[in-house]
Design a protein around this ligand. Structure first.
Ligand code: AMP
Ligand code: MG
Length: 404
């Protein structure tokens, strides 16, 4: 059986960044930047005031109180055209351009106005409350690097850098197919022995949260003809993700049907839990990721393999192999040969450390515990028994702009 690391390397190695497209800033949230954003302006373009007050020559207010003659005004968006001479001041507002020969701002609260005269009550050093030209960034500076998942702060910075449009990666189109005679869509009539399908919806949401465009194909029954028919709905997409039907049971037909359609199989089983049956291959040029049917296995495998596949298509700079750690909240028994991912809650212990406590029962059908979990505790193959207080690797269950 393949290790998780080997399976991940094979999957991410099979995808390359998709072509770029242009979107307006209003449509850029959650997209992945395809080209660096380079400032087209210098900000601020010239020295400006950081406060409401008076622009002065610091040398004039060395001894206070100092009386200065107010010779003009510099509001934001306006300017005082003349210079500030000895004994002079210009009334200035936040964002107002610093007049020539002034070198400091006295805040309004430290002054008293008396007609054309301002009395300055506090001395200041040169440069006080002055924002020099280019304080934020200069024309030509790289503000955001390609591969970044764009959030509100990035969009603000791109706007400030004078970019109304951005080059982003096309969203990966991901066809999602649930399988099983026993599963029906939420809200549909439930026959005897049937259950409600969650995988199509969780996986569609997952794809969207990771920046992809899901195409929910529906549910294929456990017969070869329907399955073959529905698989054809994935034509033209960047990836087909199925759930269920990849195990070794008599009704697990996904591998067989894909095989008949000429699938080049890469691998079918990996040494992990939950999610031993995981199929990866390519049918007619379209990569296929066959996830297990159990709702927890499907989503844990999506977290470990689908998300990096989407990141590879988006050219996203995700830290390779980055892991976080936490303190174990309970003892754990030794592990077998499969890498284990335990649903756990995070809390802060009395020493202020982040603590991960697994749910007592880890059955892969229990979707509620996955929904309530904050992280997965990673137990490597053949791990020795672990004690409460030991440091363990975790996979946090959040991320993406929308959260997963
Ligand atoms: P399978 O891999 O098809 O044998 O499915 C494994 C388990 O997952 C079975 O108990 C199925 O009923 C369940 N399952 C399969 N597909 C779904 C789905 N779309 N939603 C919820 N449970 C599912
Ligand atoms: Mg099934």
């Amino acid at each position: 059986m393949l290790s998780v690391a080997e399976a991940l390397a094979r999957i991410t190695g099979a995808f390359a960044p998709l072509p770029a497209e242009t979107v307006s800033l209003a449509n850029a949230l959650g997209r992945t930047l395809a080209e660096d954003v380079v400032a087209r302006v210098t900000q601020p373009p010239a020295a400006v005031s950081a406060m409401d007050g008076y622009a002065v020559r610091a040398a004039d207010v060395g001894a206070v109180p100092a009386r200065l003659r107010v010779i003009g005004e510099a509001p934001a968006g306006g300017a005082h055209d003349g210079t500030v001479g000895a004994g002079e001041a210009v009334r200035i507002f936040t964002g107002g351009p610093l007049p020539a020969d002034a070198d400091a701002i006295i805040i309004q609260e430290d002054t008293e106005r008396d007609g054309d005269t301002v009395v300055v009550k506090e001395a200041v050093a040169a440069g006080t409350y002055v924002r020099p030209a280019g304080l934020d960034f200069r024309m030509g500076d790289v503000g955001i690097t390609a591969g970044r998942l764009l959030g509100a702060r990035d969009i603000g910075l791109a706007a400030a850098m004078n970019h109304p449009w951005l080059r982003v990666r096309r969203r990966p189109r991901v066809a999602i197919l649930a399988t099983g005679d026993e599963v029906v869509l939420p809200g549909d009539p439930l026959g005897p022995n049937q259950i409600v399908s969650s995988n199509g919806f969780s996986l569609s949401a997952f794809v969207e949260a990771c920046g992809g465009q899901p195409l929910h194909l529906g549910i294929a029954g456990d017969d070869q003809a329907t399955l073959a028919d529905m698989v054809s709905g994935a034509r033209g997409t960047d990836l087909l993700v199925s759930s269920g039907g990849v195990s070794v049971g008599d009704h697990d037909l996904v591998g067989r049907v894909l095989g008949e359609q000429g699938m080049e199989l890469d691998f079918w089983k990996i040494a992990m839990r939950p999610g031993k049956p995981l199929l990866f291959g390519r049918v007619g040029g379209t990569p296929v990721l066959g996830l297990p049917g159990n709702p927890v296995s499907a989503l844990v495998c999506a977290t470990l393999f689908l998300r990096p596949a989407l990141a590879a298509m988006l050219g996203r700079s995700e830290p390779e192999g980055a892991h976080e750690t936490a303190i174990l909240g309970t003892d754990l028994a030794a592990n077998d040969r499969r890498q284990d991912y335990l649903r756990a809650r995070l809390s802060i212990d009395s020493a202020g450390r982040r603590c991960a406590t697994p749910f007592p029962r880890q059955d892969s059908s229990m979707l509620a515990t996955l929904a309530h979990a904050d992280c997965l505790i990673v137990r490597p193959p053949l791990a020795h028994p672990a004690k409460a207080g030991d440091v363990v690797d975790i996979v946090p269950l959040s991320g993406g702009i929308l959260g997963i």
